[in-house]
Design a protein around this ligand. Sequence first.
Ligand code: CMX
Ligand code: CO
Length: 132
Amino acid sequence: MIDEIDHVAIAVHDLEAAVRYYRDAFGACVEHRETIESDGVEEALLKVGVSYIQLLTPTTADSPVAKFLEKKGEGIHHVGYRVRNCEAELETVKGLGYRVLDESPRPGSRGTTVAFVHPKEAFGTLIELVEP
Ligand code: CMX
Ligand code: CO
C-alpha cells in the first residue's frame, strides 16, 4: 500500500537558485540537505505539509539526474511514495512481473529505505518507494 506522497523530485541545474526561487516565491523552507553519493545527486528537501519537494542536482557526469537533464531538461524527475514496508511493496511489484531498478531495498537520504521502479512500465513516471 502507498500511504502518502513522500516527495516530488525536480531535477535542476542550479540547486541554490532553485532553493531561492521556492523560498522567495512560495515561502518554502529547506528542512534537510544531503549529498547521496551512490546516486550522484545533491538534494534540498522543502517541506510541504506531510510531503516534500526534493530539488535534485547531479554531482557526477554519469548520475541518472545528469542524464535526465541532458536529455529532457529541468523538470519533474520522479514521485516518491511513502510505504510502511518497502521490501514487501517491492516484492509485490516484482511478483506482478513489472521491471524494477532495485532488486532489493537500499538506503536513501534521511535514513530512509528506498527502491526504484522502472518508468517505462509505470506509464512514464519513475517511482520511488520510500520507507521512513
Ligand atoms: N522519468 C520518466 N522516464 C524516464 C526517466 C524519468 N526520470 N528517466 C529516464 N526515463 C526514460 C527515458 O525517456 C527512456 O525512454 P525511451 O526508451 O522511450 O527513450 C528510458 O526511460 C531509458 O532512459 P535512459 O535515458 O536510457 O536512461 P537510463 O536508462 O540511463 O536511466 C533510469 C533511466 C530510470 C534507469 C535511471 O534514471 C535510474 O536508475 N534511476 C533511479 C535512481 C535515481 O534516479 N536516483 C536519483 C534520485 C535519488 C533520490 O531520489 O534519492
Ligand atoms: Co527521491
